[in-house]
Design a protein around this ligand. Structure first.
Ligand SMILES: CC(C)(COP(=O)(O)OP(=O)(O)OC[C@H]1O[C@@H](n2cnc3c(N)ncnc32)[C@H](O)[C@@H]1OP(=O)(O)O)[C@@H](O)C(=O)NCCC(=O)NCCS
Length: 155
């Protein structure tokens, strides 16, 4: 498996994998309009152009993705997604680790959020070093847990 920066030409496949992966979350929350499912091709292309977007490839097949939006010293991690038939093989863990390496030197902290009912995802982020920083809800009332990981303590 190879992890690299996404190119504009990856947008279509990336969107397909994202939609397939997040259907399970939509079913869990009873909401087919979760933000990753509302995103369209232009949205993915804009993210590739303006954020750090990584893709995981098995040979020529795109099997996973994650992105980081940079905001000064903070990187906002989102849209971690692995193709349903390639889950539980360590790809998500490797993508999350790759994000830390891909984050520019000035980024001191990574933040992310996930659905509060996705207990195994929260646990997995905990194992990757993320600690709970708060809770909230999205624009459709889905309860969220916010987590953060310090990459480089302030000098
Ligand atoms: C969340 C998600 C990205 C995880 O991706 P993944 O590739 O399945 O993650 P991993 O394989 O690294 O880890 C998942 C599990 O497989 C296990 N695993 C990893 N490698 C393994 C291996 N070689 N053999 C057996 N199990 C393995 C991990 O221990 C983990 O199990 P655990 O949670 O019970 O400890 C994926 O499930 C997904 O796309 N979900 C839908 C979208 C979503 O919810 N995104 C996150 C919201 S922010």
């Amino acid at each position: 498996m190879l992890i690299r920066r996404a190119l504009d030409g990856d947008a279509g496949e990336l969107l397909t994998v994202q939609r397939a992966a997040f259907v399970a979350e939509a079913q869990r929350y009873g909401d087919p309009f979760l933000p990753p499912l509302r995103e369209d091709l232009d949205g993915v292309r804009a993210a590739i152009a303006s954020q750090v977007v990584l893709v995981a490839l098995e040979a020529t097949r795109l099997v996973g993705s994650v992105r980081v939006r940079l905001d000064g010293r903070v990187g906002h991690v989102g849209r971690l997604a692995v193709a349903p038939d390639r889950q539980r093989l360590g790809i998500g863990t490797r993508l999350l680790a790759a994000v830390e390496e891909a984050a520019p030197q000035e980024v001191r902290e990574l933040r992310l959020f996930t659905g509060a009912d996705s207990a195994e995802t929260v646990t997995r982020y905990g194992r990757a070093g993320y600690v709970r920083t708060g809770q909230g809800e999205d624009d459709r009332g889905v309860r969220l847990v916010h987590l953060a990981k310090v990459l480089r303590p302030p000098a």
